[in-house]
Design a protein around this ligand. Structure first.
Ligand SMILES: [Mn+2]
Length: 321
């Protein structure tokens, strides 16, 4: 979207409508024409602790206006490559899935239906949470993608058994996703410390074929060795809970956790994953802007990581062409 100017619009970060990376707005998801779709899932109806991540999509979008895509791509001086040539790749921001106050079932159905439309059209969804419970309807909506594995970055395993009869809460999206026929195994990275999942949850995940690495174990083994061992399916879905990051750089979340990953480790892991499998979708959950610092570090970190995954995923496709 162009800004008004008496000369050629410059479209700098603070101007324009704050779509993700200032990409085009898609007003009707049913008529989307893009490679990649940004979709907000602003719901924190299923969270156990403090709320606020219903404002995650908005916060991440504002932070993401520091990036934009241009013809020829953006140069990464460390890697010596240009990424996300806007003449080659189209990203459209589809706005948010409707959040129905007090009704997680209807909100969840809205999320699933929106992702289903994208998956059936072969558009890669990038879903901005929302609490981690949004992960299950998103992955359920990915049915048209065929079989795929999940790579799950989180301080928590998210394999908790139902609580008070509620199965679809933010502690269980991976347990629920594992029950879908087209979901293969799950590689969990960054799980650490005292959390919501108990020993039998870890045993259930392992029985499902999942592999689980803490931050320390991931660093010791190295991402490439882990991928060689895990042998991901041809397609992988990436699910990131922002609390996988160290609390010192991601405090704006429901459950900040110390001992997490640093940004550059994440970027290197995303690059390795993109080289090992086709990335078919992303969720980034639990960013709660009300708790962020004065420069929106957590939201910016989330936006930066999504941007990196898209860079590496599209570069891997270009290199195969
Ligand atoms: Mn978590």
């Amino acid at each position: 979207m162009n800004n008004f100017s008496l000369s050629k619009p410059l479209n700098m970060a603070p101007t324009g409508i704050a779509t993700f990376a200032k990409t085009q707005m898609c007003q009707d998801i049913r008529n989307i024409d893009a490679d990649i779709a940004i979709l907000g899932a602003p719901s924190d109806l299923a969270i156990q602790g403090r709320t606020g991540c219903r404002l995650g999509p908005r916060g991440i979008r504002i932070a993401s206006t520091r990036f934009s895509y241009k013809p020829g791509g953006t140069y990464d001086s460390e890697r010596g490559k240009f990424y996300m040539d806007s003449d080659r790749w189209t990203v459209a921001d589809c706005g948010d899935v409707d959040y129905v106050p007090g009704d997680w079932v209807q909100t969840s159905d809205n999320i699933e239906a929106a992702v289903r439309i994208l998956a059936e059209k072969g558009v890669m969804p990038v879903v901005l949470g929302g609490d981690c419970a949004i992960g299950y309807p998103v992955i359920k909506g990915m049915e048209a993608a065929g079989s795929f594995d999940i790579i799950h970055f989180d301080a928590h395993l998210d394999w908790t058994k139902p609580v008070g009869g509620q199965k679809y809460f933010n502690g269980a999206p991976m347990r629920n996703a594992a029950g879908l026929r087209y979901v293969g195994r799950i590689l969990h990275l960054g799980v650490r410390g005292a959390g919501s999942s108990g020993p039998d949850d870890f045993a259930d995940a392992k029985a499902h074929g999942d592999m689980i690495y803490s931050v320390k174990q991931t660093r010791a083994a190295g991402i490439q060795a882990i991928l060689n061992e895990f042998k991901p399916d041809k397609k992988v879905f990436i699910a990131i809970d922002i609390d996988v990051m160290d609390a010192s750089c991601a405090r704006a979340t429901a459950s900040p956790m110390f001992g997490g990953f640093w940004y550059e480790e994440m970027a290197d892991m995303f690059e390795a994953i993109a080289g090992s499998a086709e990335i078919i979708g992303i969720t980034l959950t639990e960013v709660a802007p009300p708790y962020d610092d004065g420069v929106d570090t957590t939201a910016y970190l989330a936006a930066r990581m999504i941007s990196d995954i898209l860079n590496f995923a599209t570069k891997a496709k270009e290199e195969k062409e």
